[in-house]
Design a protein around this ligand. Structure first.
Ligand SMILES: Nc1nc2c(c(=O)[nH]1)N[C@H]1C(S)=C(S)[C@@H](COP(=O)(O)O)O[C@H]1N2
Ligand SMILES: [Mo]
Length: 315
């Protein structure tokens, strides 16, 4: 049992019937996305400045599903440092200082790195990835990110042979983050972790932007992890430290509710959350529910990482 009394998602977030945008609103929002972003559904390519780019079709993921409209992706957010109310996060996050920002890559590495965000953007070329994001609460989105593969950053720091896990630490700034002033709820700062081979996987990404624009604060500015085959809580926002370690690190959600949120947190429709089914999900901006896919649809790419593992035990 943990000593943290954390707020739980309200039943309205889990309920299948809850659809908050009508089809018409959705089409309107998609129209807006076409005008403001120029992204194709294909693999990484150079970004064009929005002003000179011709209007392109709405980006789709590789399964053919359209990207969730920008307005939804940036107004329905989990970010407990600001609020536990998903629709209040964006407002509360306005004005959060993200410049200057320093990110450290440290621990069991030969070349510890301390990079300003500007240095990072200059030194590492930005790629585009269109990924599904599946929250453990049963909602999902398709998001066109820009950023850098985590492996690129880790290789620059040269992990030592003893490094077996990666620990991520988010910013601690109670002055600007109201949620961090309540010490009874969460062991701030937000922390996460991956096995080193998961961290080095090509899908694992550090995002610096979405829809061709710099990352909004509510989505984790200026730099956040994106691990598309795991539940959204693994994709830690506002990262300031990446630490290579020998032992499996403690993580925020696994610390507050170990029976509900495991270290692995791979999306798995066959392993239910103790309080709700994980078999289906609600795609933001779309009516109804759809089946949840094994490893969030990335099974072909990542299943080998877990060969021989009991996925019910290592949830
Ligand atoms: N620092 C921090 N990172 C976080 C969270 C958070 O509360 N704090 N919430 C997580 C959860 S539960 C989800 S579903 C995703 C949501 O990302 P999005 O708001 O960009 O869609 O962020 C994750 N990263
Ligand atoms: Mo989540």
């Amino acid at each position: 049992m943990s000593r943290f009394r954390y707020p739980q998602p309200p039943p309205s977030e889990i309920t299948p019937e809850h659809v908050y945008l009508s089809r018409r609103d959705w089409l309107k929002a998609v129209g807006l996305a076409v005008g403001t972003a120029a992204l194709a559904a294909c693999a990484p390519r150079a970004l064009k400045p929005a002003s000179t780019a011709p209007a392109e079709p709405v980006p789709h993921d590789e399964l053919g599903d359209p990207a969730t409209p920008y307005d939804i992706v940036t107004s329905y957010n989990n970010y407990y440092e600001f609020s536990t109310d998903k629709r209040a996060v964006a407002d509360r996050a306005q004005g959060f200082p993200t410049d200057p920002w320093t990110i450290e890559i440290t621990g069991l590495v030969h070349e510890p790195l301390t990079l300003g965000l500007e240095d990072l953007l200059k030194r590492f070329p930005q790629e585009e990835r269109i990924y599904r994001l599946r929250c453990v609460e049963g909602w999902s989105a398709v998001i066109p990110w820009q950023g850098v593969p985590l492996a690129t950053l880790l290789k620059a720091a040269q992990p030592k042979a003893e490094a077996r896990f990666v620990r991520f630490v988010a910013v601690y700034d109670p002055e600007h983050m109201p949620g961090q002033r309540n010490y009874q709820t969460f062991p701030w700062p937000y922390t996460e972790g991956l096995r080193l081979d998961e961290a080095m996987h090509d899908l694992t990404f550090m995002a610096t932007g979405l829809y061709g624009k710099p990352l909004p604060v509510q989505n984790g500015a200026p730099l956040r992890l994106v691990v598309p085959w795991k539940y959204g809580f693994k994709s830690i926002k506002a990262v300031v430290r990446i630490e290579l370690v020998a032992e499996q690190p403690a993580t925020l959600w696994n610390t507050v509710a170990p029976n509900e949120y495991g270290f692995y947190a791979n999306v798995n429709p066959q392993v239910d959350h103790p309080r709700w089914s994980q078999a289906t999900e609600r795609r933001l901006g779309e009516p109804g529910r759809r089946p949840t896919l094994m490893f969030n649809g990335y099974e072909e790419q990542v299943a080998a990482l877990y060969a021989g593992m009991d996925l019910e035990k290592h949830y």
